[in-house]
Design a protein around this ligand. Structure first.
Ligand code: G3P
Ligand code: CA
Length: 311
């Protein structure tokens, strides 16, 4: 390579290192490949991994005996058969709260698909977070990739022991980690070496002072697609503060308003400069790699071979 080209590439590398704007856009398997298999199940996470997602996203909730599990809601009713299995264990609000059940009890439940038209069978169980981490770290070992885990602290104000349990569970694993939460107070206070992403609600006013505050403790924001498409200047303002912008949630079977295809919706978000996509259908986002070089390639390291055995 000519010297001028090498210098130009070196300058570009320095520039990229100084900005949150990613060199290419990553894909996050939202609740696993949850468009194909029930959310927050080991098969859904494994499928998301196999489809080439760069990050696997579990939401995290604590059981009565303090076990972090992969679950979106604080209650079990939307995604399991808990009402049939434990009819007398609902609270006054008629809901079965995960915090009232031991993990041994939750293990008895079957996961139920909650989105109409998706996976038809009740086959899978609610996993512990540690099982999700085993899966991703184990697959990284056997495939030679370095896929990351992107856990969300769900309602930490209502689960004061959740943050410590999450950090303790993550500690033995060698994985790229991003920790996300909607709870700014809890996320800012979280003492960890893992980078943090502040989630923003669809009705939140994203002011420059809010972004300044987030930049003091996080490496990025996670924002709803409609918010960003309506106010794309947020992306630039975030990048100005060295904050990455991750957009949620792209669903091939539930397109955003005004879009006629999933590919169009993905491209519209790439056009405004987002750095990562939360999606229930990682394969359909990654299928655009062939025609859109803004997306990151999937295989980050060669698969183990006899010449390069698994260490
Ligand atoms: O964590 C990003 C996105 O997943 C936030 O929405 O409700 O799916 O956890 P939710
Ligand atoms: Ca989430």
């Amino acid at each position: 390579m000519e010297r001028a080209a090498r210098l130009w590439l070196a300058a570009l590398a320095v520039l990229m290192a100084q900005t949150a704007q990613a060199a290419c856009v990553e894909v996050i398997a939202h609740r696993g490949a949850s468009g194909y298999l029930p959310e927050h199940t080991l098969p859904a996470y494994a499928l998301g991994y196999g489809q080439g997602a760069h990050w696997i996203e579990p939401d995290v909730v604590l059981t009565a005996d303090g076990v972090p599990i992969a679950l979106h809601d604080l209650t079990l009713n939307r995604t399991t058969n808990v009402a049939e299995a434990f009819p007398d264990r609902a609270r006054e609000d008629c809901l079965h709260h995960a915090a009232d059940f031991t993990y041994a009890e939750i293990q008895q439940l079957l996961v139920v698909e909650s989105t109409p038209g998706r996976f038809p069978h009740r086959t899978f169980r609610v996993p512990r977070l540690a099982e999700v981490l085993d899966l991703v770290e184990g697959l990284n070992r056997t495939t030679g990739q370095r896929v990351g885990i992107y856990p969300e602290l769900k309602d930490p104000a209502l689960q004061p022991e959740l943050a410590d349990a999450l950090l303790q569970t993550l500690a033995p694993y060698d994985l790229p980690v991003l920790i996300q939460s909607f709870d700014a107070k809890a996320l800012a206070a979280l003492e960890t070496e893992h980078p943090k992403v502040q989630l923003i609600d669809w009705n939140e006013a994203v002011t420059e002072s809010l972004l300044d505050r987030i930049a003091s403790y996080a490496v990025g924001i996670g924002a709803p697609k409609a918010l960003l498409l309506n106010a794309p200047n947020i992306v630039e303002q975030a990048h100005d503060r060295n904050l990455a912008v991750h957009v949620y949630t792209l669903r091939a079977d539930r397109l955003g308003e005004g879009f006629e295809s999933f590919a169009d919706e993905v491209r519209a978000l790439l056009d405004i400069g987002v750095d990562a996509l939360f999606t229930d259908h990682p394969d359909q986002a990654l299928a655009l790699i062939d025609t859109d070089e803004r997306l990151c390639k999937t295989l980050r390291a060669p698969v183990a071979s006899p010449e390069k055995p698994i260490p």
